[in-house]
Design a protein around this ligand. Structure first.
Ligand SMILES: Nc1nc2c(c(=O)[nH]1)N[C@H]1C(S)=C(S)[C@@H](COP(=O)(O)O)O[C@H]1N2
Ligand SMILES: [Mo]
Length: 505
């Protein structure tokens, strides 16, 4: 084979291997059971006639499965080499090969038990890698083809790019394996973990108004919004976790996970929300949290009178300062170990996080918490406070329209409008809805177990034909009405009334 041909083959093979590396790494990081290649192998095993499988096992013994994977990899190498050669005739030719292979991979991962949309991601990432890497490699070769005088220069460029891609692919695959192995192990510990005192109670039926389109009162863990500053969330085994409580206390305390869950467990429905949530936004959710009250832990430690905050630090180095009173009064501020009756998902702080009803997450809800230092606001500042956000973050009263959606067309006449409203620690007394600046109509409310959760609300209005503006406001149990003054989230939470536009036809 000529050197020139070899280069085209090499381009195809390297692009293919880079694609395999990124798809493997993606599968590992997402803790999907297998990479697409292994999924294909499993599907092949399922469709192999019994007689053939027996022959294979007779010949190969225990090596039957590795041999199958190896066979698939060899087949892929041949396809990659072929795709490389095809590129000489036009960039789109190898793309056909890549797409066919990706199609096979996709089919294999999607027929696996319990497959979802995320399982397709490694294949998509692999395909995109193939196409980008291959075009980067073949660019130099095409230029060399057009300008024979520059060919040796372009060849050097090609070899350099090829070297860099090889190194990057190996790095990505190894990193993916490393991150993935840690995650898999912690995910397994999490699945097997049974914490005494954690119950899996359903939401009380009266919390739901049964109106289609309103966010469910209990937010499932997988739908709960997520905010943090980490790229890959920390993976901490419960046995590795410990929490140190120190600072302005007479006695320090260090707790292991076993120490923590041996204490009295409290379970509470609490709505958590982000200070960055815009009016009408989705950075809010409601869950049943199980954990140990922080007030009970601090009670035995002799907290100094001088202290007015607790500086919380997470395993990944994030930190926030929380007003001491919110951790020692009678609200259920807790070191939470479970969310909706299951150990915290890794993304939501496994194995332990804090939850403080009535405060935005940025000053209170430390995920992967490992350190609590009793301190003063004068001495201690939280991560977001150093970036200009307010030091204390009490949740503001808010309400949101979930149905209809802004821009919806609805049949004129009776229209049911509904959504959620919250004011943790105060509670919602009433919710009112207004069409085109008219009278405020009072909505029906779901019945909630405490002032710390959101409430569903709904009202049926008579809406004449035409375009309309619908607005909502909440009234707290303290008698205060939600303000219509519009303010951005920065520095202490947005205000203003959620307003939608609908057309009745
Ligand atoms: N370790 C850590 N904890 C954190 C954060 C973070 O960036 N890192 N973000 C906070 C913010 S701003 C919010 S709103 C909540 C969100 O919690 P969730 O992702 O479980 O919904 O976590 C808080 N705890
Ligand atoms: Mo937040």
């Amino acid at each position: 084979m000529t050197t020139r041909r070899m280069h085209w083959v090499l381009a195809g093979v390297l692009a293919g291997l880079a694609g395999l590396a990124t798809s493997y790494a993606t599968a590992m990081v997402l803790t999907i059971r297998e990479s697409p290649v292994v999924a294909v192998a499993e599907e092949l095993i399922k469709v192999t006639p019994g007689a053939v499988a027996e022959r294979a096992i007779a010949v190969l013994g225990h090596y039957d499965k590795p041999a199958l994977v190896l066979g698939i990899l060899l087949f892929l190498l041949v396809c990659f080499a072929g795709a490389g050669l095809l590129a000489r005739g036009g960039w789109w030719r190898p793309v056909l090969v890549w797409c066919a292979l990706a199609g096979l991979g996709l089919a294999a991962v999607l027929v696996q038990r319990g497959a979802g949309v995320v399982d397709a991601l490694p294949v998509v990432v692999g395909l995109l890698t193939w196409i980008t890497v291959h075009s980067a490699l073949t660019d130099a070769l095409h230029r060399g083809q057009r300008r024979p005088d520059l060919e040796s220069h372009e060849r050097r460029v090609f070899l350099m790019v090829a070297g860099a891609i090889t190194a990057a692919s190996v790095g990505i695959a190894v990193a993916g394996r490393f991150v993935g192995a840690g995650r898999r192990h912690v995910e397994q510990s999490r699945r097997l973990l049974r914490i005494p005192g954690v119950t899996r109670r359903q939401a009380p039926p009266a919390t739901s108004l049964g109106v289609k389109g309103i966010a469910p009162w209990q937010t499932p863990n997988e739908d709960f919004y997520r905010i943090d500053t980490t790229i890959a969330p920390p993976t901490i085994e419960p046995e590795e976790w410990s929490l140190r409580i120190h600072g302005l206390v007479e006695r320090e305390l260090t707790l292991s996970f076993t120490d923590l869950v041996a204490r009295r467990m409290t379970e509470s429905w609490i709505t958590l929300n982000c200070v960055s949530n815009k009016v009408g936004g989705g950075l809010v959710g409601n869950a049943r949290w199980s954990g140990v009250r922080i007030a009970d832990l601090l009670a035995g430690l002799g907290v100094s009178d001088e202290a007015d905050c607790v500086l919380q630090t997470s395993h990944d180095g994030w930190f926030c300062a929380t007003p001491l009173t919110t951790l020692t009064d009678d609200r259920d501020a807790m070191l939470a170990v479970a969310m909706n009756g299951r150990p915290l998902p890794i993304e939501h702080g496994f194995p332990v996080r804090t939850i403080v009803p009535g405060l935005y997450g940025y000053v209170s809800a430390t995920k992967w918490v490992v350190d609590l230092e009793v301190s003063t606001f004068e001495r201690s500042v939280g991560f977001w406070t150093t970036k200009g956000w307010s030091a204390e973050g009490p949740v503001k009263i808010a309400s949101r329209i979930d149905v209809p959606r802004s821009g919806d067309e609805v049949p004129a006449g009776e229209v049911t409008v509904g959504g959620v409203a919250w004011h943790q620690q105060t509670g919602i007394e009433a919710v009112e809805v207004q069409v085109d600046g008219g009278e405020w109509a009072t909505a029906a409310l779901g019945r909630v177990p405490s002032v710390d959760t959101w409430v569903q609300w709904a009202v049926t209005l008579d809406v004449p034909e035409g375009d309309h503006e619908v607005r909502v406001r909440a009234i707290g149990k303290d008698g205060d009405t939600q303000t219509s003054v519009e303010r951005a989230p920065d520095p202490d939470g947005s205000t203003g009334l959620h307003t939608i536009e609908i057309s009745a036809v």
